[in-house]
Design a protein around this ligand. Structure first.
Ligand SMILES: Nc1ncnc2c1ncn2[C@@H]1O[C@H](COP(=O)(O)OP(=O)(O)OP(=O)(O)O)[C@@H](O)[C@H]1O
Ligand SMILES: [Mg+2]
Length: 235
């Protein structure tokens, strides 16, 4: 199982939007997929409940701390046949919850909106948490996704500064678009929408989905789970 943690300490940056679109992309490609929601708001789990009957199945795991006597270990169970797990982090996660999510992750996706204040907070988060201690030793790959990019302002100076300072590259740029909102409301992802409506958003999102796929493939190759065909056989 390959696990992607979608995280940003700032609320409303696009964590749930990225989570559900990644999950539906993989599920639509017949990859056994699960979403683990750490957010007590349960937005990802609500979206899974909204999914149309015919839509590819996505397993829902609830990792938020239970209020009553429910067993967390049962609610957060992920079927062993799952190939891709996407974790939706809550805003402002710290301490043991943050560490638990980081320990599970093979890679991180950080959506950032075009706001200087949010970029500052995100830069501090990446510096302080992701590049220290246990996480640094594991050298987790990080993808930055510019989210809610205004069409009138495709380049945003504070974002360029952010990427330069942290020596990170931008993996995807998602415009501020009603298509993301409508998909979320219907329990589907943009890749499950008619391309005549969602082609621009699909094109913007694809580099992120391919980044996760590429990491998973190289990990499987390292672990010997992928058989490389000899040149003559694949030609
Ligand atoms: N690219 C986008 N274009 C338009 N609306 C977007 C886009 N990305 C996210 N939104 C909307 O912005 C709001 C916040 O997004 P989302 O819920 O994904 O953020 P979040 O980081 O998960 O928030 P929280 O920290 O509260 O969990 C939602 O209403 C969502 O539909
Ligand atoms: Mg959310």
């Amino acid at each position: 199982m390959h696990t992607t943690l979608v995280i940003n300490p700032k609320g409303g940056s696009g964590k749930t939007t990225v989570t559900l679109n990644l999950a539906s992309y993989f599920a639509a490609a017949s990859v056994p997929t699960a979403v683990m929601d750490y957010d007590p708001q349960g937005s990802s789990l609500n979206w899974i409940r909204l999914r149309p009957q015919h839509a590819p199945r996505i397993h829902a795991a609830n990792a938020a701390r239970p209020k009553g006597g429910q067993l967390r270990s049962l609610a957060m169970h992920v079927p062993p046949e799952t190939h891709r797990l996407i974790i939706d982090a809550p805003a402002g996660a710290t301490g043991t919850v943050l560490q638990e999510m980081l320990d599970r992750a093979h890679c991180l996706v950080v959506p950032v909106p075009p706001s200087a204040i949010d970029l500052h907070a995100t830069a501090n988060f990446i510096r302080d948490v992701l590049r220290s201690g246990r996480t640094r030793e594991r050298a987790l790959p990080v993808a930055i996704v510019a989210n809610k990019v205004r069409r009138s302002m495709p380049r945003y100076q504070p974002l360029e500064w952010f990427l330069e300072t942290l020596q990170l590259q931008l993996t995807a740029r998602l415009v501020d678009s009603d298509v993301f909102v409508k998909a979320a409301e219907a329990g589907i992802g943009i890749f499950e929408m008619d391309p005549t409506i969602a082609i621009a958003e699909q094109r913007q999102f694809l580099p992120l989905a391919e980044w996760v796929e590429g990491l998973d493939r190289s990990r499987q190759r390292r672990e010997g789970n992928v058989v490389e065909l000899p040149r003559s056989a694949s030609a």
